[in-house]
Design a protein around this ligand. Structure first.
Ligand SMILES: NC(=O)c1ccc[n+]([C@@H]2O[C@H](COP(=O)([O-])OP(=O)(O)OC[C@H]3O[C@@H](n4cnc5c(N)ncnc54)[C@H](OP(=O)(O)O)[C@@H]3O)[C@@H](O)[C@H]2O)c1
Length: 266
C-alpha cells in the first residue's frame, strides 16, 4: 500500500510510539488527523508537521469517554476521505491485581479496549467507502499473560481477539484489519520501576522510532499480524502451544517482578 495521499486517523499521537509514527507517516506523504489528551503536546506535533510541509489536523479528546469518541468521529467526518484508523492510544498499569482499584481497571479497559472498538465502529462506514484499513496496536502482552500486568494483558488479549474477529468478519470486503504487537518499548508508558525490572530480567526494550518503522512497514506490506522483537515473537508461539513451559520460566522471574512491584508502589 502506498501511504502517499492516504488520510490516516492516528490516536495516541502525543505518546512515544504515536509521535514517531506520525512523523514517519507524514514523511511517506500521508495526511494525518492526530489525537491525544495533552493539548500542548498535540499542538506542538501538529505545528512541527505543518512547518515541514505536511498536512495535519488535530483533535484533543479522551477516547475512554463516549464524548471523546464522538469528538474524534465528528472531526473525521469533516475530512473528505479517511482511509485508515490506527488505534494506538493506550495506558498501562504495573500493579498487583489484588491492589488494582475497580476505577483503575475500568479506566484501563475503556482506554485500551472499549474506546478503540467504539471508535472503529464509528469510522467503519467511512473506511468502507475508502476500502480502508484498521491498524490495532497490541503488545507481546496481548499473547502472553505476565505478572503485574493482569488488566493490561486482558486489554491487549481483547484487542488481538477483536482484530482477528473483525478481520474475519470483513473478509468478503476489500477492507483489512492489522494487528501489530510491539514488545517493551522505551516510552513513558513504562514507569522507572518497569524499566529497571526489564534491565534486571534482561528484557530488551526497543526505541519508539524503530517500532514506528516496523508499523509503517506492516501497513505498506499489508501484513495482517506482526509480533515485534526477538525472542518475544518466538515466546508468543511457544506460549500458544506449550503455555506450561512459559509459565515455569515466568515463575522463576516472579521474585524479581515482586521486588519491582513493591518499589512501584512506594
Ligand atoms: N511502550 C511499550 O512498552 C509498549 C509495548 C507494547 C505495546 N505498546 C502499545 O503501544 C501504544 C502506544 O504506547 P506508547 O508506548 O507510545 O505509550 P505513551 O508514550 O504513554 O503514549 C500513549 C498515548 O496514548 C494516549 N492516550 C492514553 N489514554 C488515552 C485516552 N484515554 N484518550 C486519548 N488518548 C489516550 C496518550 O495521550 P495523552 O498523553 O495525550 O493523554 C498518548 O498519546 C499503546 O497502545 C501501548 O499499549 C507499548
Amino acid at each position: 500500500m502506498q501511504l502517499k495521499d492516504k488520510t490516516i486517523l492516528l490516536t495516541g499521537a502525543t505518546g512515544g510510539i504515536g509521535e514517531a509514527l506520525a512523523l514517519r507517516l507524514v514523511k511517506q506523504g500521508a495526511t494525518l488527523v492526530i489525537t491525544g489528551r495533552n493539548a500542548d503536546k498535540l499542538q506542538r506535533l501538529q505545528a512541527r508537521i505543518l512547518a515541514n510541509g505536511g498536512r495535519c489536523r488535530s483533535v484533543v479528546a479522551d477516547i475512554s469517554l463516549e464524548a471523546g469518541i464522538s469528538i474524534v468521529a465528528q472531526e473525521a467526518a469533516r475530512v473528505p476521505q479517511v482511509n485508515m484508523l490506527i488505534n494506538n492510544a493506550g495506558v498501562s498499569d504495573f500493579i498487583e491485581f489484588e491492589d488494582q482499584s475497580a476505577e483503575r481497571i475500568r479506566c484501563l479497559m475503556e482506554a485500551n479496549v472499549t474506546g478503540p472498538m467504539l471508535l472503529t465502529q464509528r469510522l467503519l462506514p467511512q473506511l468502507r467507502i475508502q476500502q480502508g484499513m484498521i491498524v490495532n496496536i497490541g503488545s507481546t502482552f496481548g499473547s502472553i499473560g505476565y505478572p503485574g500486568f493482569a488488566a493490561y494483558c486482558a486489554s491487549k488479549f481483547a484487542m488481538r481477539g477483536f482484530s482477528e474477529a473483525l478481520q474475519r468478519e470483513l473478509a468478503d470486503s476489500p477492507m483489512q484489519v492489522l494487528y501489530v504487537a510491539p514488545r517493551a518499548t522505551r516510552t513513558t508508558i513504562n514507569s522507572s520501576a518497569v524499566e529497571s525490572m526489564n534491565a534486571e530480567l534482561g528484557n530488551r526494550m526497543d526505541e519508539p522510532d524503530w517500532v514506528a518503522e516496523q508499523i509503517c512497514a506492516a501497513i505498506i506490506r499489508r501484513t495482517p499480524r506482526v509480533y515485534l522483537g526477538w525472542p518475544e515473537k518466538l515466546f508468543v508461539r511457544i506460549n500458544a502451544l506449550f503455555p506450561a513451559l512459559v509459565a515455569v520460566s515466568i515463575s522463576k522471574q516472579l521474585p524479581i517482578i515482586r521486588k519491582y512491584l513493591a518499589r512501584q508502589n512506594t
